[in-house]
Design a protein around this ligand. Structure first.
Ligand SMILES: Cc1cc2nc3c(=O)[nH]c(=O)nc-3n(C[C@H](O)[C@H](O)[C@H](O)COP(=O)(O)O)c2cc1C
Length: 214
């Protein structure tokens, strides 16, 4: 493994629990893999094109097997670039908060943009959907104020974990290890224990990933 792509989805900079856990994971990985290249996509800073107009038309053109107009082709080039950046990575790390039961809209936006026919999946009426990205290690760190280890938190379900698992597998990034960091609010001892548990899990994952292609 030489290149890790870190997709960051918390806008909270230094205060972010998912960000802190991700930094610890990267540090652990680097001790096993000195020289590891870490590339970042901060979904709050990245230029993610609105998924409407010619870009949306391009997706439907692809699905219908029709040629692009020049405008559609231009919009599609930006998408090819995003998918190529994702596909170039040997391993993918996503760090994200849970927002309103699921993930922040900017991360959903990114996933919508890279989930494209002919680039990251294809459909054939005979065989159904086939993911096109090659499998690789994927780790997703999910920070939440709630504790979902025993099921819903105060009646709120965790829709982020099943969504991420399915959406990533749909494009070929199957078998993601999803590491919860939660609760991130409430009694300090509970918050500390959750962070510690995630840290132990992430250290073990770093060791496993580093050894996978050693
Ligand atoms: C807009 C918004 C929605 C949230 N929705 C949930 C939620 O549905 N469930 C939950 O457990 N926590 C929720 N939280 C709390 C965050 O998940 C929590 O603060 C987490 O630590 C954020 O991750 P970060 O520290 O990496 O930014 C929400 C926070 C915000 C700002």
């Amino acid at each position: 493994m030489t290149e890790l792509l870190h997709i960051k989805a918390s806008p909270r900079a230094d205060l972010s629990h998912s960000g802190k856990a991700a930094a610890g994971f990267i540090k652990a990985l680097e001790t096993h893999r000195p020289g590891l290249q870490v590339r970042e996509i901060d979904v709050w800073q990245a230029d993610l094109p609105a998924f409407d107009g010619p870009l949306l038309a391009a997706k439907y053109a692809r699905l219908a097997g029709r040629f692009f107009t020049p405008q559609e082709a231009e919009s599609w080039a930006a998408i090819e670039d995003l998918v190529q950046r994702l596909d170039a990575a040997d391993a993918v790390l996503i760090s994200t908060p849970m927002w309103n039961l699921s993930i922040p809209y900017r991360l959903k936006h990114y996933i919508d943009l890279v989930t494209q026919p002919g680039l990251s999946f294809r459909f054939d009426p005979q065989t159904g959907y086939t993911p096109l990205l090659r499998p690789r290690p994927v780790v997703a760190i999910l920070a939440s104020s709630g504790d979902f280890s025993e099921g819903p938190s105060w009646g709120r379900p965790d829709l982020a974990t099943p969504y991420l698992r399915q959406a990533l597998a749909f494009i070929g990034l199957g078998d993601a290890d999803i590491v919860p960091v939660g609760p991130t609010a409430g009694k300090p001892e509970g918050v500390l224990a959750a962070a510690g548990k995630a840290q132990v899990q992430l250290a073990a994952l770093a060791e496993r990933l580093a050894g996978a292609d050693a």
